[in-house]
Design a protein around this ligand. Structure first.
Ligand SMILES: [Zn+2]
Length: 439
């Protein structure tokens, strides 16, 4: 098998060979951070870790994990290069209000471009594609710039419209006839709505695919979730889901098969961990924990992303043998243990989004008298009647086997609760347990 430019041979090798390849890369990472990272040098000393003894991926469990709080607290200690080697500063939201800085070198930007070239290729991209970028390129974000660099590297074309402004999006589509958009999927609904209101025949437009970011489009069974369904009912374009984060500086993109985001073994090591930071088996949900490969500015070792997902090791019909990540189930700290079932808020949102007579809603979780989690759904509907409560509960039972408490309110009252002072996005989840937060 020959190496295609952005479909490297390693992505088609047996998993055992991929593992060996990654173990070599892990050695390089350990030796690099053991020399250049004040944070990891301190961790290795503190825990008496001899990194030369970490040879296999299984040995990683002997090194403490890094989480977002540590990245925030010791932010500068993660930087491995002198200040004059840093080309680009990026920030990402932290856990305690203050943003976390990620510093990138020239080589990191090159790696980021390669990462996106791999990902867009995975999502059926080629030199013939013209992408319309519907996300922000600046404002200290990584994503938009990464897409620009990756598409340029892949040899395709890009039109940088940025986020929002449906009118400008449609003007651009009509003017340049791109065939693909890069977009947060809920924004697709906005541009459809704008097209409908303004007599734009969006179904006959030049767009035939969307590379989607930021929100999952599938349920854990890989079928479209409520958002995915809502888009596809209106507009039959091909949707590719991708998952990435600033700290990882790596993307997991779906291929045409739509069976999860593909792992790129040259760029990142993945682990899926349980509550005690031990690896979970395939078929069990685990917290994605990553070690970056080839990162020069701020490499991370065993960084806990906070995102929980399933992983799959079966080879894919697209020819890739690399593992795949299922849709993100939710944030680890928002996990709800309810009547013996483990749930995450997005699964609850998805059920409610799918019930046509529910206009809006919020969910509260609190700790009950016996110390377990209790869920109350407050749903907004115009036509409340005695049958509704049972019907909503049946929707939950059908999907989750358990039903939370349900009550109803006027949609206008719910809107007031969803938008506390200063909030631009509706708050749909109120976590009233100990050590909790809302979003
Ligand atoms: Zn595939």
């Amino acid at each position: 098998m020959t190496d295609l430019l952005f479909f490297p041979e390693i992505e088609r090798k047996p998993l055992a060979e991929i593992k060996k390849f990654q173990e070599k890369a892990l050695n390089d990472l350990l030796s690099y951070i053991g020399t250049h990272s004040s944070y990891y040098k301190r961790i290795f000393t503190l825990h008496s870790i001899d990194t030369t003894k970490i040879r296999r991926l299984e040995d990683l469990v002997n090194i403490p994990v890094t989480d977002k709080a540590q990245l925030q607290q010791f932010n500068n200690d993660f930087i491995c290069v002198p200040r004059n080697r840093i080309v680009d500063y990026i920030t990402t939201s932290g856990t305690m209000g203050d943003p976390v800085t990620m510093a990138m070198t020239d080589r990191d930007l090159e790696r980021l471009a390669y990462n996106e070239a791999l990902s867009f290729t995975c999502a059926d991209g080629s030199v013939d594609d013209v992408y319309q970028l519907m996300t922000t390129l600046d404002r200290r974000f990584m994503a938009g710039m990464a897409y620009f660099l990756g598409i340029r590297k892949m040899g395709a074309s890009i039109i940088r419209v940025g986020n929002g402004i449906p009118e400008l999006q449609w003007d651009t589509i009509n003017r340049f006839r791109p065939n693909a958009i890069i977009v947060v999927p809920s924004f697709i609904l906005k541009i459809i709505e704008y097209a409908e209101q303004n007599g734009i025949d969006y179904r006959s437009s030049s767009i035939n695919k969307a590379v989607c970011i930021g929100e999952p489009l599938r349920s854990p069974d890989m079928n479209p979730n409520a958002l995915g369904k809502r888009i596809l009912e209106k507009w039959q374009i091909k949707l590719y889901s991708t998952y990435a984060s600033t700290e990882m500086a790596t993307t997991f993109a779906e291929c045409r098969e739509g069976t999860g985001g593909h792992h790129h073994p040259e760029l990142i090591i993945t682990e899926f961990l349980d509550d005690k930071n031990n690896p979970v088996k395939e078929g069990e949900a685990g917290e994605l924990t990553i070690s970056t490969l080839g990162v020069e500015g701020m490499p991370l070792l065993r960084f806990k992303t906070g995102d929980v997902c399933y992983h799959y090791t079966e080879p894919c019909a697209c020819g890739r043998t690399t593992i795949r990540l299922g849709p993100i189930l939710g944030r680890k700290k928002q996990m709800i243990k309810f009547k013996g079932t483990t749930l995450y808020p997005p699964a609850l949102f998805d059920i409610l989004d799918d019930i046509p007579y529910i206009r809006n809603y919020f969910i509260e979780v609190y700790t009950n008298d016996i110390g377990t989690d209790e869920i109350i759904i407050t749903a907004g509907t115009e036509n409340e009647n005695p049958e509704l409560e049972k019907d909503v509960k049946d929707h939950f039972r059908a999907r989750l086997r358990v039903a939370p408490q349900v009550r109803f309110m006027k949609p206008s009252e719910i809107t007031k609760i969803q938008f506390p002072e200063g909030n631009r996005k509706p708050v749909k989840f109120f976590d009233k347990r100990n050590n909790s937060s809302s979003f």
